[in-house]
Design a protein around this ligand. Structure first.
Ligand SMILES: Cc1ncc(COP(=O)(O)O)c(C=O)c1O
Length: 432
């Protein structure tokens, strides 16, 4: 599914914002993040600029915790969605654990105050160094993607005189009905161990005294529109969970992964947490394991915007191009996934045009929106690309030798610069 295919017709001329993005509202014709003017922040720190709302991070975290309170889930924030230290610190203060997929993410999570005992380490290609680092830190568990990885973790643990807790990632072969690049729970994907082979993998783990079987893990894909794939996957893994509970008393956790969708459009409905809870809670109770989840996008997606300044407005015989100073290196989701991001003016602006919003990068794929209805913006105006908090800055690059954007975190009436814009010197700092 192309994310753009979930399109609902644009609401003509309507200024209503994305339903879940409550932290971003117009006041007196100016866009605000909580109580801070987006335009003022852009003047102060320049553009392109990512702005995140701390209130949104807390709200989304609590929405999840409240919806699932009956089974007291362990919430591991998926750091890959947004690696900004200020964001992770805000969630750590709420009590979040972390789902990490590299030594670098583990380093960031620990530095931002996430206790090691609340970290799950996922990913298909963990190196020996990464495993050793995680063992020395004392993480909660590894989610293990293959038998060779089990052996490697056991070998590293043996060399360190440590014991590693493991949860095997099973592949339940459920169609998450999302973009093919982000579907991970189908049997064709590189992720996890097939359900049919999972018992054998657990027996391999049990044969190594350096390993402790801590749980079972899955992640179906991202973003998922509703609870159905989760329910289907839980039904598929329930017999395996019963077998695990009977054989391995240390097996306590059922990690359901992340993937909870968010609205990217004005008329899209938020992920129905009540329906999700109604589907998941009874199944988890029947299985009898402690629930863990790994939300990324759900927490940070609508916490963030990317602010860009219009550099030129250019017309050719076919189209109008609004050329801004943010590009595919800042936000790759539109060209990579065909993803849709609402684009709104920072100062409410009259008129309406249809235009492509493009960046300065030398690729035809460098666009933020195509054939989009926009107000009649001019050179110097500011635009906000909405719902950019997840997989935005985290996927940014230096392509075309562009320094990565600055990031700011707003909390009520306070704003802090969380990361400075990369300079040209930064671009060459690692070269020898
Ligand atoms: C193993 C795992 N857990 C959690 C996530 C987070 O997904 P999302 O940001 O959609 O919640 C991902 C995303 O790729 C993942 O691979």
């Amino acid at each position: 599914m192309s994310l753009a295919a979930t399109a609902v017709p644009d609401d003509e001329g309507e200024r209503r914002m994305i339903p879940e993005a409550e932290s971003f509202q117009y006041r007196g014709g100016q866009l605000f993040c909580e109580d801070v003017s987006v335009g003022d922040l852009a003047e102060q720190h320049g553009t392109p600029l990512y702005i995140y709302s701390a209130a949104h991070l807390r709200r989304q975290y609590r929405r999840l915790a409240d919806a699932l309170a009956e089974v007291a889930p362990c919430i591991h924030y998926a750091v890959k969605a947004n690696t900004c230290g200020a964001v992770i610190r805000t969630l750590a203060a709420e009590g979040a654990g972390a789902d990490v997929v590299s030594g670098g993410e583990l380093f960031r999570a620990r530095r931002a105050g996430i206790p090691a005992a609340r970290v799950a380490f996922a990913g298909v290609g963990k190196t020996r160094d990464e495993i050793a680092f995680a063992l020395r830190e004392g993480i909660e568990y590894f989610t293990v993607e293959s038998e060779p990885e089990l052996e490697r973790i056991a070998d590293v643990a043996q060399a360190l005189g440590a014991r590693a807790r493991v949860a095997i990632r099973v592949n339940p072969d459920v169609d998450p009905r999302t973009h093919v690049y982000t579907s991970t729970g189908r049997k064709e994907s590189k992720f996890g161990v097939d359900l049919e082979r999972a018992r054998r993998a657990y027996e391999c783990a049990a044969a190594r005294p350096e390993l402790e079987i801590a749980g079972i893990h899955m992640h179906l894909g991202s973003p998922l529109a509703d609870e159905k794939p989760y329910a289907e996957a839980l039904d598929k893994v329930a017999p395996l969970c019963a077998w695990l509970r009977e054989r391995f008393p240390t097996c306590r956790t059922l990690d359901l992964g992340g993937g909870f969708g968010i609205p990217y459009k004005r008329r899209q409905k938020p992920f129905d947490l009540d329906a999700f809870a109604a589907a998941v809670i009874p199944r988890v109770k029947a299985i009898g394991l402690r629930l863990a989840i790994e939300p990324g996008r759900y927490i940070v997606g609508n916490a963030g915007i990317l602010v860009a300044r219009v550099q030129y407005v250019k017309d050719n015989a076919f189209r109008r191009f609004v050329i801004v100073d943010a590009a595919m290196n800042d936000l790759i989701r539109p060209p990579l996934y065909g993803a849709w991001h609402e684009i709104v003016p920072v100062r409410e602006t009259a008129g309406e045009v249809v235009a492509d919003v493009v960046g300065p990068v030398c690729e035809s794929g460098d666009f933020l929106a195509q054939e989009r209805k926009l107000p009649d913006v001019r050179e110097g105006d500011l635009l906000a690309v909405m719902s950019a908090g997840a997989y935005g800055f985290a996927m940014a690059s230096n392509y075309n030798s562009r320094g990565r954007a600055a990031e700011a975190l707003v909390d009520g009436a306070n704003a802090m610069l969380a990361r400075v814009r990369e300079s040209w010197e930064d671009l060459v700092a690692a070269e020898r």
